[in-house]
Design a protein around this ligand. Structure first.
Ligand SMILES: [Zn+2]
Ligand SMILES: [Zn+2]
Length: 283
């Protein structure tokens, strides 16, 4: 069976392989197509698509957008986007500025709380790199405020702690419209992570997103057990919407997780891509 992986990250966001390396690896894995879906950026797509052409493997341009519903973080994997669309690029650039300002605000708050950190510390990172909470956590670990990433994030950056600053995101309606305007399809990603303690709420939010105009959801995902698999399949059947899936590969950033197969069991059929293409033709 021809298989694909429709959810993967590169160094353009928080993956460890460059776009070219990722495409080379997808080819090595025998995939028939790979989607590059970095967080809130399309910076890796030119290189990925060019490498795909060189190696003869299909590369689907994508992006993973963050939004919020009922105060919960929701990720929307978007595929087949025209990543040169000007309005789209403008929005992504605005979001990058917000993220930049958020980092500064977080550092200011930590400094005011007596922690040895300042705006200058953020300037040590290479220009152009997308900085996030993890980079601030890294500084805190170096200075002995926490012993590992998880502890640093939980102690200093989450809601209710001294360094917390709410992340500004696009509304789900805005995300869906933006992606549709640049010719793409929107999928609700890993819905079980939306509200981990409340599966019913996860499903409820997913339904609302589909009713709002999302084209489908991930029914194959590296962390899905039989039950989540069944729940997502049922939603897809009920709405007659598209199915997508992937490993959410991050290279060495996620241990034990591999491209194409996830934690070993994942298998995303090429037919998912064919169904998407049919819908795109109709659009
Ligand atoms: Zn995600
Ligand atoms: Zn992802």
């Amino acid at each position: 069976m021809k298989t694909v992986d429709l959810h993967a990250h590169t160094t353009a966001s928080d993956g460890s392989l460059t776009p070219s390396e990722l495409i080379g690896y997808a080819k090595e894995k025998g995939l028939s197509a790979i989607a590059v879906t970095d967080h809130d950026t399309v910076a890796g797509l030119d290189e990925a698509v060019a490498e795909g052409q060189r190696l003869g493997i299909r590369v689907i341009p994508g992006v993973e957008l963050s939004t919020r519903v009922d105060g919960r973080d929701v990720h929307l994997v978007s595929l087949f986007i025209n990543w040169k669309n000007e309005e789209f690029l403008k929005k992504l650039a605005e979001m990058a500025v917000c993220r930049f300002e958020r980092n500064y605000k977080m550092v200011d708050k930590l400094e005011q709380a007596g922690i040895n950190i300042s705006r200058r510390d953020l300037e040590q990172f290479p220009k152009g790199q997308v900085l996030a909470r993890g980079h601030i956590a890294q500084i805190l670990i170096e200075r002995g405020y926490a012993s590992n990433l998880k502890e640093a994030l939980n102690k200093y950056t989450v809601k209710g702690t001294v360094g917390y600053v709410e992340k500004e995101v696009l509304s789900p309606e805005e995300c869906i419209r933006l992606v549709h305007d640049c010719g793409g399809l929107v999928f609700v990603a890993h819905l079980h992570q939306i509200d981990p303690k409340d599966p019913t709420h996860c499903v409820d939010i997913c339904r609302r997103l589909i009713e709002m105009g999302a084209d489908g959801l991930e029914t194959e995902y590296c962390e899905f057990d039989d039950q989540w698999h069944q729940v997502t399949e049922e939603i897809a059947m009920e709405y007659g919407c598209l199915r997508s899936g992937g490993s959410d590969f991050h290279g060495s950033m996620k241990k034990g997780l591999d491209l194409a197969v996830g934690y070993g069991e994942l298998c995303v059929p090429y037919s998912f891509v064919e169904a998407m293409e049919e819908k795109l033709v109709k659009n």
